[in-house]
Design a protein around this ligand. Structure first.
Ligand SMILES: [Zn+2]
Length: 66
């Protein structure tokens, strides 16, 4: 069954995750950090991941870190 994905922003290689809300109309992701301000510059990149295993690229999204 399809479900509404709960996306968490993840940074490859660092095992960091951010809770997110996504405004699909503007393509804006708001990421809520847990003590870290933003991604490191030398990470392998970020993607959105749901607990079901589905992933989603952020290439066409704007990510704002809180
Ligand atoms: Zn899902």
């Amino acid at each position: 069954m399809a479900h509404e994905h709960t996306w968490q922003l993840t940074e490859s290689g660092y095992e960091r995750t951010w809770s997110t809300t996504i405004d699909e109309d503007t393509g804006t992701v708001t990421a809520y950090g847990n003590g870290f301000a933003d991604f490191s510059d030398d990470g392998d990149g970020a993607e959105l991941r749901c607990a079901c295993g589905e992933t989603r690229s952020v290439d066409n999204l704007t990510v704002n870190y809180l």
